[in-house]
Design a protein around this ligand. Structure first.
Ligand SMILES: C[S@@+](CC[C@H](N)C(=O)[O-])C[C@H]1O[C@@H](n2cnc3c(N)ncnc32)[C@H](O)[C@@H]1O
Length: 216
């Protein structure tokens, strides 16, 4: 389960007990992620996974972009909300994850709608000529502003961008060490979005902080 500390463990357990259970596929993926990867807490897990799934179902996107696939948990959740002709593009820089991602995508009912790109999102995303209804940014914190500016022109009017880890283990509200570049980058990103007249935004104190943005 999630190891972020924003809510008491009892509350988190209660929420999990009152949230739709993961599919068997997601449960197996989450377990394998924990057994076989070095930083398994990067995977969304049940609460965030169901949140992303519901958001996607509410929007019914035709085109979703995800930056940072990891083992594919969030991608599988987001794809559930796609329209019948919808496609999710997800980009992962670490090729070590490729075999596992493809294996789980192929087992998903939405596997045919999911396109995995292995490589650096900063190189791959500009080659995708799509108009995004929903973007989920969940990769390198120091690149958050670059990803945001890169995808923004391709997000449709009234489309949505979600950015994970925007409270960064609550470090954004504590004194920041001069060499803590991740926290500095997350704080600069949050300030950038707050000042951006092109958007409506909500920093949701959910899990590790989720910035929700509508392009106006
Ligand atoms: C927090 S994990 C993603 C978790 C996944 N979205 C989920 O919720 O299950 C971040 C991932 O971003 C990948 N990543 C980092 N920089 C990247 C880049 N420039 N392009 C694509 N992927 C990147 C990392 O290799 C890592 O697997």
């Amino acid at each position: 389960m999630s190891t972020f500390d924003l809510i008491e463990p009892e509350i988190e357990a209660y929420c999990e007990a009152h949230t739709t259970e993961e599919s068997d596929l997601l449960r197996r993926l989450y377990r394998e992620t924990h057994l076989q990867t070095i930083n398994p807490r990067m995977a969304s897990g049940q609460l965030q996974g169901q949140f992303l799934l519901l958001v996607s179902k509410m929007i019914r996107p035709r085109r979703i972009l995800e930056i940072g696939t990891f083992t594919g948990y969030s991608a599988i959740c987001l794809a559930e909300g796609l329209t019948d002709d919808g496609i999710l593009h997800t980009v992962e820089v670490n090729e070590e994850y490729e075999e596992r991602i493809r294996r789980y995508f192929s087992e998903s009912a939405d596997g045919g709608k999911m396109m995995l790109h292995i490589g650096d999102a900063k190189e791959i995303v500009p080659t995708l000529s799509e108009e995004w209804d929903l973007v989920f940014i969940d990769a390198e914190k120091t690149d958050y502003q670059d990803y945001y500016e890169m995808v923004f022109p391709q997000v449709r009017k009234n489309g949505f961008i979600l950015i994970d880890n925007t409270l960064w283990n609550s470090k954004v509200v504590h004194e920041v060490r001069h060499n803590d570049h991740d926290t500095q980058a997350v704080m600069a990103f949050n300030d950038r979005v707050q000042r951006d007249p092109r958007v409506r935004n909500l920093l949701l104190p959910f899990r590790d902080g989720l910035m929700m943005i509508e392009k106006l």
